[in-house]
Design a protein around this ligand. Structure first.
Ligand code: ADP
Ligand code: MG
Length: 254
């Protein structure tokens, strides 16, 4: 069985069905891109996978490492190895990035009391390194999370979190939106460097640019709450060239 299995997932927001039967399997070692027009349900999928309470699962199942995660809290999902980089990262006044991440690391530990001294120093070094990789100054570790960060800084902070937490499957929701060309390359190369037997990702994007660096193994197109087409990297190139109209016609939506 795949590491992450999404079967016939149906999700409603405010009693309106947004996801209408999504099927997708993601393994560590694989990069999957999810593309699709605005409003097709991509962020709804991401938020549902992390367990945001606003997104009500009305059908289907999601298994991660063989466990049904739909019954789990977001913390439990993170502990199991899932991570979401938000399309719109939240600002958290009063909580510094380092503090936030350290809490996350403690929350997923089986023995949080033992996490001090050397473990804390190692964590500070990991975070410093991660900030350096995404080209944010070290002061960002002690600034309130995302408060007064520019759009690009927020996105790079999400990737610094990813690099520090080292999840098994990461979901990146339009991490490239709002980044300049150099920043897209920097974050994409950072994510690419994690790819391997212990790490896979679901990359939601509108643009080929980030995919040039990430080189996804699979590309999926979501339309109106369903994945209507899947293929290899060539599918993303076709979308870049021709837009979505031909797919909408093919699936009879337009
Ligand atoms: P995408 O990420 O593909 O652009 P979304 O998943 O954000 O699409 O949105 C799909 C639909 O669900 C849209 O009609 C959007 O208005 C609705 N939706 C998503 N999240 C919420 C929310 N938190 N509250 C109300 N409506 C939402
Ligand atoms: Mg979205």
């Amino acid at each position: 069985m795949a590491d992450l299995v999404i079967r016939d997932l149906r999700v409603a927001v405010d009693d309106r069905e947004i996801l209408k039967g999504v099927n997708l399997e993601v393994n560590r070692g694989e990069f999957h891109a999810v593309m699709g027009p605005n409003g097709s349900g991509k962020s709804t999928l991401a938020m549902t996978l992390m367990g945001h309470p606003k997104y009500e699962v009305v059908g289907g199942e999601v298994l991660f490492k063989g466990e049904n995660i739909l019954e789990m809290s977001p913390d439990e999902r993170a502990k199991l190895g899932l991570f979401l980089a938000f399309q719109y990262p939240m600002e958290i006044e009063g909580v510094a990035l380092a503090q936030f991440l350290w809490s996350a690391i403690k929350a997923r530990s089986d023995n949080p009391d033992a996490l001090k001294g050397k473990a804390l120093l190692d964590f500070r070094k990991d975070l410093e390194k991660a900030l350096e990789v995404v080209k944010l100054p070290p002061e960002f570790a002690d600034r309130y999370l995302n408060v007064n960060f520019s759009g690009g800084e927020k996105k790079r902070t999400e990737i610094a979190q990813l690099l520090t937490l080292r999840p098994e499957i990461a979901i990146l929701d339009e991490t490239d939106s709002g980044l300049d060309i150099d920043s897209v390359r920097i974050v994409a190369e950072a994510v690419k460097s994690l790819k391997g037997p212990d790490f896979g990702a679901l990359i939601i994007t509108h643009y080929q640019r980030i995919l040039n660096y990430l080189e996804p193994d699979y590309v999926h197109v979501m339309v109106d709450g369903r994945i209507v087409k899947s293929g290899g990297p060539e599918l993303a190139h076709m979308l870049e060239e021709k837009g979505y109209d031909w797919i909408l016609q093919e699936v009879g939506v337009a």
